[in-house]
Design a protein around this ligand. Structure first.
Ligand code: ZN
Length: 514
């Protein structure tokens, strides 16, 4: 296997992609290197730990032709690690068309010994009508077929060939495109041309596109073209992109834009440099601004690369610690458009598949969106299958002591209500029968102690379903609810049909008064 996964969280994966020129640890940011005019030395990229770079095969062909065939791409751009080559699809997006056959450029990519190759595609960009987008998808599929036929006939099995998935916001085209490329035998997928979406911060549309691709192709590695913004990296990784490339470090630098963990700022507007990279600690903001144009651009590009490096490492560490959800949630607060995309996570059932069943640390529940954490959705499903023959139930707020059966409250309740089903409740997890109150993450979560308002039922639909389903699937003649603020908000809004329903406000010593 050329791709091995070691750890995962949400759909983010720490793994290794093996290429003929070395291994790439994922998730990986792959900086764009210009084959002719590269401003930042590739040695510097390597020093920063970027294990692979991407360059453009079309420009290389136009500029070097046979020299590139003879020397190989590694010598041309002076990088001995894994090199990915884009075939020229981006030029198609920029200039409409390019004057080459797909098989010709594929042969060239093979001749220059690229490690990860992309066939010539026809990017759909964003905003095309369905009919035009479908035509582009069909053309890309034809090109990809022609490319793969050529590669197979050459017995070239070393390089990794990447299937270019097009279709953009037309999700059924994305699905069709991914399915066909998968069937053809492409080992890796690349999501084409989201640049316009990224530039206009249309993160929610991008999230839906990635989720569609990922739901179609679960196991193969996925590359995202053009993602080099500190905010998009955690989003893309969480949704399942393993590698992503961009020239953002230099493009932003040319535009005098300084990256920071939550976005970018114009360098001229900065008074302080909070970054700890060698450039930023060696000078003040004022000194940075007053550097000569060329020098400033290169220094700014280097700083931007440090920020991207830090972002990728932070995301990897979050995966290792099982905290990718929290990390994305924190990032989502940096921009409303990212929050919009984060809120869609509740629709992506596949995020559960790669989230570990058990984590070393307790998970955090802060606010209503956290009820959709994959760990919470999964445990609600398990808890909902619980059935009891008991005819009476007492519902009690989950305690600080975990599991619930170790708490003083349970000790007292079990003495007083020995023939009752005893059940704790938790706004994020739902009903917790005492018999299974020690499974993960029922006994392994921390809840923020804020007071819940009376919109509980609207804000916590998963809790309402859990409560209603639990009561309707078991047959209780008597229901006793010790209601905290949260539960009071819930039962104000919903109908509980029982001949014998008793609700008592929770307070210190409430059990003694029951
Ligand atoms: Zn810096």
């Amino acid at each position: 296997m050329f791709f091995e996964v070691r750890y995962s969280d949400l759909a983010g994966r720490i793994g290794k992609i093996k290429t003929p020129s070395g291994t790439i640890e994922t998730p990986a940011f792959i900086p764009v290197v210009h084959p002719v005019s590269q401003s930042v030395d590739v040695e510097f990229l390597k020093k920063l730990g970027f294990e692979a770079v991407i360059t453009n095969a079309y420009i290389t062909l136009k500029q070097y032709g046979d020299i590139a065939r003879e020397k190989g791409i590694h010598e041309i751009i002076n990088f001995d690690g894994p090199i990915m080559t884009d075939s020229g699809g981006y030029q198609v997006l920029e200039y409409g068309t390019i004057d080459l056959e797909p098989s010709f450029i594929a042969q060239f990519e093979k001749d220059i010994e690229s490690d990860i190759c992309v066939p010539l595609d026809k990017p759909t960009g964003y905003g095309l009508s369905y009919e035009v987008a479908e035509r582009y998808v069909d053309e890309t599929i034809r090109n990809s077929k022609e490319t793969l036929d050529l590669i197979k006939s050459n017995n070239n099995t070393n390089s990794i060939w990447v299937g270019p998935v097009q279709g953009a916001e037309h999700l059924d085209l994305v699905k069709k495109s991914a399915g066909l490329l998968d069937d053809m035998g492409y080992e890796m997928m690349a999501l084409g041309s989201p640049v316009q979406l990224l530039v206009s911060y249309q993160f929610a549309i991008l999230a839906n596109i990635i989720a569609t691709l990922k739901s179609t192709i679960m196991s193969k590695p996925i590359h995202l073209f053009g993602a080099g913004h500190p905010l998009t990296i955690p989003l893309a990784v969480a949704l399942g992109c393993d590698t992503f490339d961009s020239a953002s470090y230099i493009l932003y630098a040319r535009d005098n834009r300084y990256m920071h963990p939550n976005g970018t700022s114009k360098l001229d507007n900065l008074t302080y440099l909070a970054c700890q990279c060698p450039t930023c600690i060696s000078m003040t903001a004022k000194e940075f601004i007053s550097l000569k144009d060329d020098e400033r651009t290169v220094e700014l590009a280097k700083h931007n690369l440090y920020v991207l490096r830090s972002e990728v490492l932070s995301v990897r560490q979050a995966i290792m610690e099982g905290r990718l959800w929290d990390y994305v949630a924190q990032k989502a607060r940096a921009h409303p458009k990212l929050m919009e995309a984060f809120k869609l996570f509740k629709n992506y059932k596949y995020l559960e598949d790669a989230t570990p069943l058990y984590k070393k640390k307790a998970i955090f529940f802060m606010e209503s969106i956290d009820q959709y954490r994959p760990e919470a959705s999964r445990i609600r499903r398990i808890l909902s299958t619980f059935r009891t023959d008991k005819k009476k139930i007492v519902l009690f707020p989950d305690t600080e002591v975990s599991p619930f059966y170790c708490s003083q409250e349970y000790f007292k309740l079990s003495k007083k209500f020995s023939d009752y089903q005893i059940c704790a409740y938790n706004p994020f997890i739902g009903m917790i029968p005492i018999e299974i109150s020690d499974i993960y993450p029922v006994a392994h979560n921390v809840i923020s102690k804020k007071k819940f308002n009376c919109n509980s039922s609207k804000d916590y639909p998963t809790f309402v379903s859990s409560l209603q389903e639990f009561l309707s699937c078991n047959f209780f003649d008597e229901i006793l609810i010790v209601a905290d603020d949260f539960m009071q908000g819930i039962i104000q809004d919903i109908q509980i049909t029982s001949k014998n329903l008793k609700v008592i406000e929770n307070s210190n010593g409430v059990i003694d008064q029951l």
